[in-house]
Design a binder for this molecule. Structure first.
Ligand code: CA
Length: 218
């Protein structure tokens, strides 16, 4: 899952980027409103964390622009304690949630998971498919109740494939959602992850459709 973090405060921005990467998210971080607009026009992000007071375009303008072109990406605004009117304006402009600074990164992660769950139309916090159960909060995977150890990237990959089981996802799309723009990606990275995942799953749940991509199948 790939997030866009828009925050001009260097300390907060780099701390958030680090924490969210440890939560298995790919995180692109921009410190300027105009850069945020460029990034949002270029890539289909899974979620946006949006500070309101920014150099260049302000957060509310960015939000207006997004909703005007009917982009449905979930947005969490990050606001200061005394800015109640900003939070109201943000929610009324199409934000889905807000966090008041300073906040606990674990709470932010939980709110991100809740929004992604809603986006995907899931009611259960756990993701189940055939013999598999995934817990997005702990990054645990169980195969018929038995725990399997996945890397964060493998966990992310299988979560993406399970958003729409039976629908193929291309290698390019997977790459786009697994890696941020500051990360180096080996040309066969996805193939390697799929290979390792198949070994760990021990069953033939991931099918390759030649020239198209990968899909989950029972
Ligand atoms: Ca700011």
């Amino acid at each position: 899952m790939r997030l866009l973090l828009v925050e001009d405060d260097s300390m907060l921005g780099s701390a958030l980027q680090r924490v969210l990467q440890q939560e298995s998210f790919a995180v692109d971080w921009v410190q300027d409103g105009d850069e945020a607009v460029l990034a949002l026009n270029a890539l289909p992000y899974d979620l946006v964390l949006l500070d309101l007071g920014l150099p260049g375009k302000c957060g509310l303008e960015i939000l207006h622009g997004l909703r005007k072109r009917r982009a449905s990406v979930p947005v969490i605004i990050l606001t200061a304690r005394d800015a109640v009117s900003d939070r109201i304006a943000g929610l009324d402009s199409g934000a889905d949630d807000y966090m008041v600074k300073p906040f606990d990164p674990d709470e932010l992660s939980a709110r991100i998971r809740a929004l992604l769950r809603r986006r995907d139309g899931r009611i259960e916090p756990l993701i189940s498919f055939g013999p598999l159960t995934l817990n997005p909060a702990t990054h645990e995977l169980f195969i018929q109740e038995k725990p399997a150890r996945l890397s964060l990237r493998e966990f992310s990959l299988i979560s993406i494939l399970l958003e729409r089981p039976g629908t193929a996802v291309s290698r390019e799309k997977l790459e786009e959602r697994l890696y941020g723009w500051n990360e180096e990606v080996e040309s066969n990275a996805i193939e390697v992850h799929i290979h390792n995942l198949r070994k760990k799953l021990g069953t033939n749940l991931i099918r390759t459709i030649r020239g198209v991509g990968y899909l989950m199948e029972e």
